[in-house]
Design a protein around this ligand. Structure first.
Ligand code: HEC
Length: 144
C-alpha cells in the first residue's frame, strides 16, 4: 500500500514545486499592468509619463530608466537636488530607482518630491512594498 502512495505523492510534490517556481519566475519579471496603475496613481499627479515629455510639478519621466539624474531638459530642479547630484552624479538604474522610490528623502536629502508645504499638500514619501516598486519599475522601463 505504502509503495503505491509514494510515487503519487512524489508526483504531486513535483507538480506543486513546478507550479510554485513558475509563479516565482512570473513574479520576478514584474507585472506591467499593476505597474502601470501604480505609476498612474502614485506618480501621475506630479509627473508626465507620456512621450510628450512635459515638465509639470516634477520632471517628465519618459525614458527615466538608465537616464542620467537631473537630465530633464527645461525642468528647474530644486537647489538641494542640483547640489546633491553635482556632488554625486549617477544614472537612474533600476537599482537606484528602487532605493529612491523606497525613501526619496533618504536617497536625495530635501528632494522637492517629498516636500510638505501648506500651499501644496501633495507629496510623495515612498512606496514601502518591494513587489509594488518592482512592478512599478517594470512599467517605467516601457516608457521609451
Ligand atoms: C508630489 C509630487 C510628486 C510625486 C507624487 C512624485 N514625484 Fe517624482 N519628483 C517630483 C519633483 C518635484 C521632483 C524634482 C525634485 C527636485 O527638484 O528636488 C521629482 C523628481 C523625480 C525623479 C528624478 C528625475 C530626474 O530627472 O533626475 C524621479 C526619478 C522621480 N521623481 C520619480 C517618481 C516616481 C517614479 C514617482 C511615483 C512612484 C514619483 N516620482 C512621484 C515630484 C513628485
Amino acid at each position: 500500500m505504502n509503495n503505491l502512495i509514494k510515487p503519487a505523492t512524489l508526483a504531486m510534490l513535483l507538480l506543486t514545486l513546478g507550479a510554485l517556481s513558475l509563479i516565482f519566475l512570473w513574479r520576478s519579471h514584474g507585472d506591467v499592468s499593476i505597474g502601470r496603475r501604480l505609476t498612474e496613481n502614485h506618480c501621475g499627479v506630479c509627473h508626465d509619463i507620456s512621450p510628450e515629455k512635459k515638465n509639470q510639478k516634477g520632471p517628465f519621466l519618459w525614458g527615466i530608466v538608465n537616464r542620467p539624474v537631473g537630465a530633464a531638459q527645461g525642468y528647474r530642479y530644486s537647489q538641494a537636488f542640483m547640489k546633491h547630484v553635482q556632488e554625486h552624479p549617477f544614472i537612474w538604474t533600476e537599482e537606484n530607482l528602487d532605493t529612491f522610490l523606497a525613501n526619496p528623502q533618504q536617497f536625495i536629502p530635501n528632494v522637492r518630491m517629498s516636500e510638505h508645504r501648506v500651499e501644496h499638500q501633495i507629496s510623495f514619501d515612498g512606496i514601502e512594498d518591494a513587489t509594488n516598486r518592482h512592478d512599478l519599475i517594470t512599467y517605467l522601463k516601457r516608457l521609451q
